[in-house]
Every structure is written in C-alpha cells, then in structure tokens.
Design a binder for this molecule. Structure first.
Ligand code: ZN
Ligand code: ZN
Length: 162
C-alpha cells in the first residue's frame, strides 16, 4: 500500500460543476487516463451530451467495450459486443495500449476490485478515480479516490468494532 499525501484538501483538476445551482452539484469527469497517459474519455459513448469513459473489458471467454457514465453518481453503462450479467466481474483494459488497468483497492462493497482511472497523465494515485469491476455493484459508478479511501476506512472500522 502506498502512502497518500492526505491533508484533506485534495484538489482535483478538470472537474466541472454544473452551472445550474441545484441542490446536488453534478460533477462530470472531463478527462481521465490509463497509467500510460491515454485519455479514456471518448465521443464513442455519450451520456447526456457528455463524452463517456470508454474501456475495453475481457473475461475468460469474451471481450468487448464498455462505456461508463462520466457523471459522478450515475451508474449508467453501455456495453458493446458483450453482455453484462449481474454479479460478473471483468478485467478492464485501456483501448489504446491494451494494458490492464491498475487495481486501486479491493471493492468496499463486493468481492470485486476498484480499477484506477487517473485524473492526470502522471498516474498519480492522489488524483484518481475508482470503479468496481463487478457488474451491478453499488460501486459501479465513478468514485473519487478519497471517497473510496473513506469508504474503506469506514469498512475497516465497522469490521474491527463488531
Ligand atoms: Zn493506455
Ligand atoms: Zn464492487
């Protein structure tokens, strides 16, 4: 486990807050990258006019592509050439370099793994997103790295205080 510079004031670049002043601020991921710095946001998948996160997925038998909503809190996904069955886990790959995306942590909600999407080309774990590789998991929406960390801390706390 690497150490995080966690001063509680994580500055995340390239996030756009909705111009409309609504109760809940909508956060949209405009850029995210694989560990080799390839942009994973693509206009091949669209969610509410926004370009989606486009990833290659594989399991033992099949492979295809998945489009993930870039809107935080939105679980919408589009699958291309592959069926997504509830509870199934996939390995996620960069469509550009075809390398397997790095695992951020175990998923706080299921047996799956949180896959890392970096918010800058430097593959900096303090500026990243995570997404669970299991279909239908509550973490199957983009999560900020600090959110995952607090989720894992809470889980650890719950487990040790049972
Ligand atoms: Zn790549
Ligand atoms: Zn999960």
């Amino acid at each position: 486990m690497r150490k995080y510079k966690n001063d509680g004031k994580l500055k995340i670049p390239k996030r756009r807050k909705s111009a409309k002043k609504s109760e809940e601020d909508i956060e949209i991921i405009e850029e995210c990258f694989c560990h080799n710095g390839h942009n994973l946001i693509s206009n091949r998948v669209k969610f509410n006019e926004c370009n989606g996160i486009y990833l290659k997925i594989k399991d033992k038998e099949k492979q295809g592509y998945v489009g993930i909503s870039p809107i935080c809190g939105c679980k919408m996904r589009i699958s291309i050439d592959v069926d997504l069955t509830e509870g199934e886990t996939f390995e996620f790959f960069c469509p550009e370099c075809d390398e397997k995306l790095l695992v951020y942590s175990p998923c706080p909600s299921c047996e799956g793994e949180m896959i890392t999407l970096f918010l800058n080309k430097e593959a900096d774990y303090t500026h990243c997103l995570g997404i669970c590789n299991s279909v239908g998991c509550p973490q199957a929406e983009v999560r900020m790295g600090d959110e995952i960390r607090s989720c894992l801390r809470k889980q650890y706390h719950d487990e040790t205080h049972r």
